[in-house]
Design a protein around this ligand. Sequence first.
Ligand SMILES: Nc1ncnc2c1ncn2[C@@H]1O[C@H](COP(=O)(O)OP(=O)(O)OP(=O)(O)O)[C@@H](O)[C@H]1O
Length: 220
Amino acid sequence: MINLTNIEKVYRTSSIETLALNNINLNIRKGEFVSIMGPSGCGKSTLLNIMGLLDEPSKGTVELDGQRVSTYRDKELARLRNEKIGFIFQSFHLINDLSVVDNVEIPLLYRSTNGKPRQTYAKEALEKVGLSNRIKHFPKQLSGGQKQRVAIARAIVGQPEIILADEPTGNLDSAMGNEIMNILQTLNNEGATIIMVTHDENMAKRTHRLIRLFDGTQVQ
Ligand SMILES: Nc1ncnc2c1ncn2[C@@H]1O[C@H](COP(=O)(O)OP(=O)(O)OP(=O)(O)O)[C@@H](O)[C@H]1O
């Protein structure tokens, strides 16, 4: 489903050059639930951003569903990303001025889905994460775990095949973190391919495969 071949990522600033990823080769199969672990600064987010077509590698090829995306223009990448990938972040990235349901509708705005079906899909996604009773609330009226559930609803509203989660339980206590993991596992059982960065061994144990990074290199 996602194939990375000889991926290298170099960040250059005026004073320093950082080799963030060094010769990464990965094949993520459809339906897998994969976790990525490693110390701070080892390249986990960089790897996730490259898989999510948010960033380009300096070298190597990225294939999504057999399509080599290196040659794609920004507009095509944005369309592919919107159709195929849902993102979840540690700090939720909700828009504070929008209600819960309006936040969840955002990916569908980019697809020009009409207002009525847009709201129906958003409500269905919120039902899936157990938040139907909070649709008119605003993010500041929610707990951390509830905010992350809204973010998951937003990630799945467009029914993407792939979910990329960057430390989704990092800002939550263990009970809430477990709840979020339960939701991710249900989505995976329903067919979603999930790649999750985590610092928590217990969360990683609940996935099919663990990829360990150290200094930009895959060590396991
Ligand atoms: N935009 C950038 N410009 C320059 N250097 C960067 C940039 N983004 C990341 N880096 C560097 O690349 C390396 C990998 O960063 P990355 O954010 O991928 O690590 P990480 O494993 O996700 O870290 P953490 O666990 O702390 O979030 C780090 O040394 C970082 O300083």
